[in-house]
Design a protein around this ligand. Sequence first.
Ligand SMILES: [Zn+2]
Length: 341
Amino acid sequence: MKFRFAWLPLLCAVVAQPVQAVVLNGRDYTPLAGWAAANQFHEAPDGSRERCTLTNRAAQRLTFEKNSVTAEIGGVKVALSFPVALDKSGVFFIARFDLAKTVEPLIFAPPVSVKKISTICLDPGHGGKDPGKQVGGHDEKAYTLLLADELRRQLIAAGFTVVQTRTKDKFVELSERSAVANRHNADLFVCLHFNATEAAKNEVAGPQTYCITPVGASSTEAAGRGAGHSLCAGNRVEMKSLQLAYQVHRALVKNLGASDRSVRRARFEVLCETTMPAVYIEGGYLTNPTEARKIYDANYRKQMAAAIVKGIVNYQKLTAPPLPKIKRAETNPPAATNHPK
Ligand SMILES: [Zn+2]
């Protein structure tokens, strides 16, 4: 294990000595203070001893909470793979894995992609003999298709080409869904679902957006294939999928004023088998009476589609190739002239 020392002792920790990296549950953890100091972040005290909020000169804001696997990054909740730890002397520790796989890709400039986003594959969940969630006579499969149709119209209007895994009430195998995206060489894959829960259904609402689980970690709520699963096709573009999920989720939460159910990780088959950046959106809860009424409303779905388009456009801006360098103006002093003063 590599040891690193943190030299900013008063950051999120009331200690006067350097703090070492530690191993917790077999995982390398590093003091948040040391990471913050090395990356020009400073503490923004918020009055809680169980929370550590960091900010920088660009006003980026990160919040971590004791024992929590959810961080807040730029006002959006994002699932970590391992819980944040707080020791007895008040020092916060974060898994190096989470810094590398989740935090840093979202706050530092992503690797530049030279490929322009042109074709987007939409995947309305369920269909045909598979109704998806069924709540009060409403089938999820109908609303995923209605949302996909609206989203297709808006994406085409924004200049994208769209392919869909289904355009009618038809059963499509999971393997065929990712195959459609791969065959068309789509640049992005967007899978659409709605959610349901029996527990606390009046309280639980809001979108949650999944992207592929990094190799070596368990999925959030152990969704999809298990923790031991090795590299799948989706992992080859996992950073981009995370950035896409973040941008889409951010736009959904902000534009809809919805509860933030966080960016999450899953090894759903469609996320594993697609070869391009891919997201799986659970657009809201059919079991929450207030949210369900909105989902059944075409105007709300229009807003939801507009948010997804905005997220995609913001992601595209992040990954846009840099503008060609403009030739600098001549720096030699101008020749003397005889113009009258
Ligand atoms: Zn579904």
